[in-house]
Design a protein around this ligand. Structure first.
Ligand code: 13P
Ligand code: SF4
Length: 302
């Protein structure tokens, strides 16, 4: 079957929009209506006039889309696509953690469950985390679950950021030694890193940004070679938009298995059967949606 054309037909028939994260496999990025980072895709989900949102990403992204567009049907083509970092904290764990800091504002990374969002005051993505932190009035901020992103935003504020020990297993694996070695091999390359990387790696970067920020940076830079400190899915668009530039990934296996689980067949099946519908409990949504909407009102980092 020619999945590409069948999916296009089905999407029209079902009045669906296909959203895909920048880490999805090339074939999914090719057929998607919109490809973007977590922030961009949340914005698209909140403003679409389509009846169905097919979210090619991981579970928390589809949950967030449903909370922002509760009258739409949100489909996650592969239900096994989760985020190990988001799973490192639960609503229960966050309630316990907050007890030690009664005056703190809680900011959660969008890579978290709906329940964690319902226990948080404000949400952020890597695309607007600095501005979100700057918008907080209180002197103490609990930041969950990504300790690396929390550590990164601490560089931009005098407020005390209380870190939770979560991390992305894919970004956290990158070591300064690996970066050093690859820099020695490509001495003229710029190093661009995602803020989910460990602080010692972030220290070595020429630029730190979200996945979509990376496209803008590499396009505008005069450099011809870039060492990329994030998941390999971004290579598809980087190569397409910059045929004269070379992109070297900081380590070979910079791959999020969960982001790679969605296939064209999954997209076709979920649309044709209208299956894998993601919903969030109405009470949880009521509490969580405020922190997500507050996030959408805050502009991207520079
Ligand atoms: P962004 O989409 O914010 O760049 O984050 C990357 C990520 O790890 C998503 O799971
Ligand atoms: Fe989660 Fe990391 Fe995969 Fe993003 S790259 S979905 S943070 S495990």
């Amino acid at each position: 079957m020619d999945y590409r054309s069948e999916i296009k037909k089905l999407a029209k028939e079902k009045d669906a929009i296909i959203l895909a994260h920048n880490y999805q496999i090339d074939e999914i990025q090719e057929i998607a209506d919109i490809v973007g980072d977590s922030l961009g895709l949340s914005i698209e989900a909140s403003k679409t006039d389509k009846s169905v949102i097919v979210f090619c990403g991981v579970h928390f992204m589809a949950e967030t889309a449903h909370m922002l567009a509760p009258d739409k049907t949100v489909l996650l083509p592969n239900l096994d696509a989760g985020c190990p970092m988001a799973d490192m904290i639960t609503g229960e764990k966050l309630r316990e953690f907050k007890k030690d800091y009664p005056d703190a504002t809680t900011v959660c990374y969008v890579n978290s469950s709906a329940e964690v969002k319902s226990e948080s005051d404000l949400c952020c993505t890597s695309g607007n985390a600095i501005n979100v932190i700057k918008s907080v009035d209180s002197d103490q901020i609990i930041f969950v679950p990504d300790k690396n992103l929390g550590h990164y935003v601490q560089r931009f504020t005098d407020k005390e950021i209380i870190l939770y020990p979560g991390f992305c297993p894919i970004h956290n694996r990158l070591t300064p030694k690996q970066v050093e070695e690859i820099m020695a091999k490509y001495p003229n390359a710029e190093f661009v890193a995602h803020p989910e990387c460990p602080p010692a790696v972030v220290d070595m970067a020429d630029h730190v940004c979200s996945t979509s920020g990376l496209y803008t940076y590499c396009k505008n830079s005069d450099s011809k070679q870039f060492i990329i400190g994030t998941e390999k899915g971004v290579g598809y668009r980087l190569r397409k938009e910059n045929p004269d530039k070379e992109f070297i990934f900081a380590y070979d296996e910079f791959i999020c298995k969960n982001m790679k689980k969605t296939s064209l067949k999954n997209v076709y099946d979920c649309l044709s059967n209208m299956e894998n519908v993601i919903t969030v409990d109405a009470e949880v949504t009521k509490k969580a949606v405020t922190c997500i909407e507050r996030m959408l009102a805050i502009p991207r980092n520079e």
